[in-house]
Design a protein around this ligand. Structure first.
Ligand SMILES: Nc1ncnc2c1ncn2[C@@H]1O[C@H](COP(=O)(O)OP(=O)(O)O)[C@@H](O)[C@H]1O
Ligand code: SF4
Ligand SMILES: [Mg+2]
Length: 350
């Protein structure tokens, strides 16, 4: 009897994080994958505006596994950046979180104190913001920006030791060590993006949220950043949430993709399956609107415009643009259901 009790205590100690995820997930129902690192559950993030509530993230659920690149795709304005900021609790007024959970290694980030959050940021969970070009402090040399971050996380070293650490990080992202003595305005767009990536990996986080890391860069520089993200994932075993509207970037980097439309996740699947056989008509339209290397096809735009998130269409939010729309689509919202290893929210799969 005592022995069984003892074994249970040991198991709880060893698997504490997974056990907490299990409990937070509501027991067996909804239990995420064994190697779940992040579990976003029914997250709602809205903006209060004079003309009404913008429901930018509306009941979004998904998991990110250790060491995977999870892509979030969707047209501009569908809520991707709001989702990133809500997960990181960086959403500023008029934005606010209106419910849900963000379980990172079993801890609900939405319930952490500011001090606990500061400890997790950069160290376990770091962020490459959409406007990363402006994310560096213009009046501080790159070296001093790294040192500030190290100090903030209790890493106290001699100047020379800091310099060695920064040098190694800069080399690892393909930059010359001399960059540490430069100011942000002396760097090109690609060099600044590499510097931000070096800062994001500096404290060896387990998850990086990268919001449009290749957007606004020219094609050759984009290629380098795609390769760099792929290398750092492999080298440091980091999971990445890769947010971009660019399906071609997802095709190259992501292991799985969540497709967002008008504040909702409408499909989740492996990148291979999503591109091979998209289930949701919106995913299909997204894929057909981009050129894919080696595949001959006629490119089709997506007809119509994304809805106003203050007043989205009833039922399925995609129905006014959907070539497959049925009567029920105007009346009821399709739930996100599982089909084998995939999830889809569409009445074509009842
Ligand atoms: N500060 C804000 N105030 C009001 N609405 C906002 C604000 N920021 C974003 N939104 C709205 O939230 C929706 C989602 O925006 P965003 O998350 O930036 O989308 P994405 O990153 O996919 O382009 C859009 O309709 C946008 O207009
Ligand atoms: S639920 Fe209906 S309108 Fe929505 S994507 Fe499916 S078929 Fe189209
Ligand atoms: Mg965005």
């Amino acid at each position: 009897m005592y022995f069984i009790f003892f074994v249970i205590i040991i198991l709880l100690k060893v698997f504490k994080a997974d056990f907490l995820i299990f409990l937070e997930a509501g027991g067996i129902k909804g239990l995420p994958h064994d190697d779940t690192l992040l579990y976003v559950q029914e997250l709602k993030a809205y903006y209060k505006t004079p003309n009404g509530l913008v429901k930018a993230v509306d009941n979004v659920s998904f998991t990110v596994r250790r060491n995977e690149i999870f892509g979030i795709a969707g047209e501009s304005g569908c809520g991707k950046s709001t989702l990133a900021m809500a997960i990181l609790r960086l959403l500023k007024p008029p934005g606010f979180i209106n419910g849900g959970k963000v379980l990172f290694k079993g801890k609900n980030l939405l319930k952490l104190s500011p001090k606990e959050l500061r400890e997790i940021r950069w160290k376990s969970l770091s962020y490459i913001p959409q406007s990363s070009m402006n994310a560096l402090n213009p009046v501080l040399r790159i070296k001093d920006q790294f040192i500030d971050m190290f100090k903030e996380h209790g890493i106290k070293k001699e100047e020379k030791e800091y310099e060695e650490m920064i040098k190694e990080l800069l080399i690892n992202v393909g930059l010359a060590p001399e960059v540490m003595n430069m100011y942000p305005h002396e760097l090109s767009g690609g060099m600044r993006q590499r510097t931000i990536i070096a800062m994001a990996i500096a404290l060896r986080p387990e998850l990086i949220i990268a919001d449009e890391p290749t957007t606004a860069l020219d094609v050759v520089i984009q290629r380098g950043i795609i390769q760099l993200l792929s290398e750092i994932r492999r080298k440091y075993n980091i999971a990445i949430i890769l947010i971009t509207h660019d399906m071609a970037v997802h095709a190259e980097l992501a292991d799985r993709i969540g497709i967002m439309y008008a504040g909702k996740i409408v499909e989740i699947g492996s990148t291979y399956e999503i591109f091979k056989k998209p289930l949701h008509p919106y995913t299909d339209a997204l894929i057909n609107s981009i050129p894919i290397l080696g595949v001959k096809k006629t490119l089709k735009g997506i007809k119509g415009l994304p809805p106003d998130l203050k007043n989205p269409p009833p039922g399925c939010r995609f129905h006014p643009r959907c070539p497959m729309a049925m009567e029920i689509c105007k009346l009821q919202e399709p739930p996100l259901i599982s089909i084998n290893n995939r999830k889809v929210a569409c009445f074509l799969y009842r």
